[in-house]
Design a binder for this molecule. Structure first.
Ligand code: ADP
Length: 606
């Protein structure tokens, strides 16, 4: 006999109809048994009564029905006892009682195991997994509560239906392949696309097991499934955002790095591997980073490494990499301490390939240096006459003093004191002209900027001194208001002097047409917060139009017929390269005020 997988649905309550039929049948059997002279074991039919009551599923009622039927059999026997056949009547009575008793016991045992089975099924209903059993024709024979929740169909609705039609299953591979694997191995698991009753698509993770009957014939399939739609969507979103991130990292040439201490465990993103020129299979270590570091920047990177080991909250280092093919890359590494727990430090950071930006910056710097040089030469050309005079004047004074000294010495009574005074004056004039020549030579030289400590007050004094003749020739009264003690800044002396000379020459030119008032130039310095020094070059010229203030610093902006319009633009590039700002203002009482703010150098030289 082929044993099939038990088709078990939810327990049904015993119907009143069954009880009524059982009662009527019991009454009929009793009447026939007690009142008719039939000498057959009619009481055996009580067995049917017991079975009918047992169908209701209650062990107590079945027991009660069995006892009642035995009692009725005995009463019937007593009432209908036939004296002529008392032995036969007794045998029939005993046979009936035995049949009723055995049937009742078997029915009760059957009910007990059904109750146990039902309890186990209730337990299957506790799980959130959808558990479905279907026969080899895909007809559902069991559908737990989890399946009701996942698919939206009740057990009553699902029973007997084709599971795959009901849930509109789409298989990852042809279903025949799945069946073949199931028959071969007894198992299959995979992901299925299904549809809920309300039309919502589901992604299901399903595990199938084949159930064979006693003869080994495939009889049913037990499928345990979970709804992984949300997890699937989250995974898809994660994959998408990872792809976005990887793409963004590739485009921006920024890799991410993480480091755990003290284990020195490192993690790099794909882009970090690409920047550092390693295969993604390599287990990254800080030694790998050092291996790529340019030999000239090793000390810098070692220092950053030491800071990390000491638990520094943030590391920001720019250095070069020397790649195996000999090429050089510029990178910017920024990391911060993410977590610090019980002796463990975790840093996360970004490694940016800034080669292009650095090379562009360097090219820009070179252009700026060249342009600054050209404009310096141009300015010197414009000032040639007054500068030549400025140099010639002390030389002429030297000659005069030398003559005087000679005269004091050639007297019959040489006056040594006067001669000494003249010689001192000669020395001072010689120093002055050699200082001017030094400044002009420095300005005329073409060289890369070199940063050093610069006293802005001294620089202002020297620049005004250099242009003294020019100022005199234009009838300009120059006033210096320099803040003491002098603020030191870090910068390129020649470039900063170029800014000052440029601003003063512009002021001189702006006052060219002024006849109605005094031509005055103020050069002042003062400290401003935070840690900055402000240089102001102000004149009593004609000023500029309100709308021009923001254009003055644009390249090629000029209002002069012979102007180039590059002076202020270069001043701005120089000031910004020194970490400062420059702007123009129109003072209320006329003229123009050009303001430069520069950061003050710290005690530690930064
Ligand atoms: P250029 O001197 O060759 O014109 P600049 O870049 O030095 O080039 O100056 C740009 C313009 O800014 C000048 O043409 C002038 O209109 C204006 N400007 C500069 N300094 C002053 C100033 N002190 N007063 C008025 N206008 C000025």
């Amino acid at each position: 006999m082929t044993e099939s997988f038990p088709a078990i649905g939810p327990a049904r309550p015993s119907t009143q109809a069954q009880s009524l039929v059982a009662l009527v049948l019991a009454l009929a059997v009793f009447l026939i048994d007690a009142l008719t002279p039939l000498d057959i074991a009619i009481a055996v039919l009580y067995v049917v009564v017991v079975l009918l009551v047992a169908l209701g599923g209650s062990r107590r009622r079945t027991l009660a029905a069995g006892v009642a039927c035995v009692v009725l059999t005995l009463v019937g026997f007593a009432l209908s006892v036939d004296v002529s056949d008392s032995a036969g009547s007794l045998a029939r009575c005993v046979l009936s009682v035995l049949a009723i008793t055995i049937t009742s016991l078997l029915a009760m045992r059957n009910l007990a195991s059904t109750a146990r089975l039902r309890e186990q099924i209730q337990m299957l209903n506790l799980t959130h997994d959808a558990i479905v059993v279907y026969d080899m024709e895909d007809s559902v024979t069991f559908w737990n509560r989890g399946a009701e929740e996942v698919y939206g169909w009740t057990a009553d609705e699902a029973m007997g239906q084709s599971v795959h039609r009901l849930t509109q299953t789409r298989f990852p591979v042809p279903v025949e392949h799945i069946r073949a694997e199931l028959l071969r191995t007894g198992r299959w698991d995979g992901e299925l696309q299904r549809m809920r009753r309300d039309g919502k698509p589901l992604t299901i993770s399903s595990r199938w097991a084949l159930w064979r009957d006693q003869s080994g014939k495939p009889a049913a399939i037990l499928a345990t499934s979970n709804d992984i739609t949300k997890r699937h969507q989250a995974e898809a979103a994660l994959t998408r955002s990872e792809a976005f991130l990887a793409e963004a990292q590739r485009l921006s040439k920024t890799g991410s790095v993480a480091l755990r201490l003290p284990e020195e465990e490192m993690t790099w993103s794909d882009e970090a591997y690409r920047i550092l020129g390693y295969d993604t299979g390599v287990q990254p270590t800080s030694d790998h980073m050092l291996e790529r570091t340019h030999p000239d920047d090793l000390a810098l990177v070692q220092e950053a490494r030491a800071q990390i080991r000491a638990g520094a909250p943030r590391i920001d280092v720019m250095h070069r990499l020397l790649m195996p093919d000999g090429s050089v890359k510029h990178v910017h590494l920024v990391t911060r301490l993410n977590t610090a727990t019980a002796g463990h430090l975790e840093y996360v950071g970004a490694l940016m390939d800034v080669t292009e930006a650095t090379l562009t910056q360097q090219a820009l710097q070179r252009s700026l240096t060249e342009l600054a040089h050209v404009t310096r030469i141009t300015t010197l050309g414009e000032l040639a006459a007054s500068i030549a005079h400025e140099v010639a004047q002390p030389i002429a004074a030297i000659v005069t003093c030398a003559d005087a000294a000679l005269r004091w010495l050639h007297r019959p009574q040489p006056d040594i004191d006067e001669a000494t005074r003249s010689i001192r004056q000669m020395i001072s004039d010689a120093k002055r002209s050699s200082e001017i020549i030094r400044q002009i030579r420095a300005m005329a030289q073409k060289r890369d900027p070199s940063y050093a400590e610069v006293d802005l007050n001294a620089l202002a004094r020297e620049s005004v001194e250099l242009l003294r003749r020019e100022l005199q020739d234009h009838g300009i009264e120059a006033m210096l208001q320099l803040d003491e003690p002098a603020s030191l800044i870090r910068g390129d002396r020649v470039q900063l002097q170029q800014v000052l000379v440029n601003l003063v020459v512009n002021a001189v030119q702006a006052m060219d047409g002024v006849t109605s008032r005094r031509r005055r130039l103020w050069v002042s310095t003062c400290r401003v917060e935070p840690e900055q020094v402000k240089l102001t070059v102000r004149d009593s010229g004609n000023g500029f139009l309100a709308g021009d203030a923001e254009h003055l610093f644009n390249p090629f902006f000029t209002t002069k017929t012979d102007g180039m319009g590059m002076g202020l633009s270069i001043c701005r590039s120089i000031v910004e390269a020194h970490g400062g700002r420059i702007w123009a203002e129109s003072p209320d009482d006329g003229g123009a005020s050009l303001q430069v703010v520069l950061p003050i150098q710290h005690e530690d030289g930064q």
